[in-house]
Design a protein around this ligand. Structure first.
Ligand SMILES: [Zn+2]
Ligand SMILES: [Zn+2]
Length: 413
């Protein structure tokens, strides 16, 4: 009776990794910003990105939105949202620039000295009692992604759509109009106590905040490097093609340590177990190491097969292949996977970090209504990112910057 060896799903054999997995959901989740497919919701309703950022680099057609991802980081004051796009024009597939990503940034609650006076003073009040300052419930308080891997048990207590009186496009992070009823400094406080800086708004639930990585504050002031010249190109209405839209739920990755696939930091791999897998029958040497990369991918995904997204800011992408351009770029000779060789941020020239990758199950979800059609053929889409504030921000404090995308395509056999 005490023998637990054969217990499948034994709690002792389940570990939680530092990767957050994203799952496509029909029902709203705790994350009102992230979505798989659908039409983009901009950082501000009157601040769309330049549509040229979403055009295929090969055919120059407008691409379709694969993913919109809330990228807020607790350590930085500005909002971040990622937009990942793919060209549907099949001749473009497997070519560079047929999948692209950009980052939207909205700078909030950092009033410029000249404009900071009356209207925003309540917002930047130094007066809230210390207890409030510690953790400021901006909107919803506790959030799904930050409450531990098992806490939610798959049930989303906030999923009721009735709680959202605002439109989906409304920005829940906007706190600039939240007046503090206790603030009296509009009449008296001409010089706030220097010891009490304005409380930084507590970021809402994001993939990033759930990981609670300690990140450096915002990058240094970027050098202005305009991406386009001339006025921004508007978006057609409606968009040429959109995929069905899903909400995104996030959960820490759980792995059964007795399964073949293990994260790098858990060295309990029993190589004998591979002997039974059909993929291990290839020749030794180069070929088998090709398989090793893909097998690691497949084994890892197999444990959570419905993941559409892996999020691990400053973590390590899970390579689909080591032989294509992306694989060669990310896989060092010593076998280490890293984005060190990825081109630096085009806006600030700083080194990018890995932030997330899209996973093949997303294709199944996005092409749900297109069964029988030749579907997308990527195995994973790796995105490396920066944290800088774009040099050019519009009146709403919004700017957009292209990020690095490494698409890995299915092998053609
Ligand atoms: Zn194209
Ligand atoms: Zn940058």
């Amino acid at each position: 009776m005490s023998d637990t060896d054969s217990d499948v799903g034994d709690a002792d054999s389940i570990i939680s990794t530092s990767v957050l997995l994203g799952y496509a959901e029909e029902q709203p989740t705790e994350d009102p910003i992230s979505q798989l497919g659908g039409t983009p919701k901009w950082m501000h309703p009157s601040s769309p990105a330049d549509s040229r950022l979403a055009k295929c680099s090969n055919c120059n057609r407008l691409m379709s939105l694969l993913l919109q991802l809330n990228g807020d980081i607790p350590e930085t004051p500005h909002e971040r949202v990622f937009y990942v796009w793919a060209c549907r024009h099949k001749p473009c597939w497997r070519k560079k620039g047929s999948i692209r990503a950009f980052r939207g940034v909205r700078v909030v609650n950092t009033p410029a000295p000249a404009e900071a006076d009356n209207k925003k003073k309540t917002d930047a009040s130094p007066l809230p009692p210390p207890a409030e300052k510690k953790k400021e419930p901006v909107n919803t308080g506790a959030f799904l992604f930050g409450t531990g891997p098992f806490a939610q048990g798959g049930v989303n207590p906030f999923a009721s759509p009735s709680s959202s009186s605002s439109t989906p496009t409304a920005n829940p992070f906007s706190t600039t109009t939240t007046a503090n009823p206790f603030s009296t400094n509009t009449t008296t406080a001409t010089s706030p106590p220097p010891a009490a800086p304005a409380p930084k708004p507590e970021p809402l639930k994001t993939f990033a905040s759930a990981l609670s990585h300690n990140l450096p504050a915002a990058a240094a002031a970027p050098q202005p490097t305009p991406q386009f010249y001339g006025p921004p190109e508007p978006w057609p209405e409606p968009l040429p093609h959109t995929y069905p839209s899903y909400h995104l739920d996030a959960e820490h990755e759980h792995l059964d340590t007795r399964a073949p696939a293990l994260p790098k930091n858990v060295q309990i791999v029993d190589t004998d177990e591979y002997a039974d897998t059909p993929m291990s029958n290839s020749a030794e040497g180069g070929e088998s190491s090709v398989d090793k990369t893909f097998r690691k991918f497949a084994d890892r995904v197999e444990q959570n097969p419905e993941q559409v997204l892996r999020y691990e800011r400053k973590g390590t992408p899970l390579l689909y292949s080591k032989d294509d351009e992306t694989g060669k770029l990310l896989l060092a000779a010593d076998g280490e996977v890293s984005v060190k060789r990825v081109p630096p941020c085009g806006a600030c020239r700083k080194q990018r970090v890995f932030e997330f990758q899209m996973m093949p199950y997303a294709i199944s979800m996005l092409e749900r209504d297109e069964a029988g059609l030749d579907g997308m053929e990527w195995g994973t889409v790796v995105v490396a990112t920066c944290v800088c504030v774009p040099a050019v921000l519009d009146a709403q404090g919004v700017g957009y910057v292209e990020e690095w995308v490494g698409a890995q395509w299915e092998s053609t056999k």
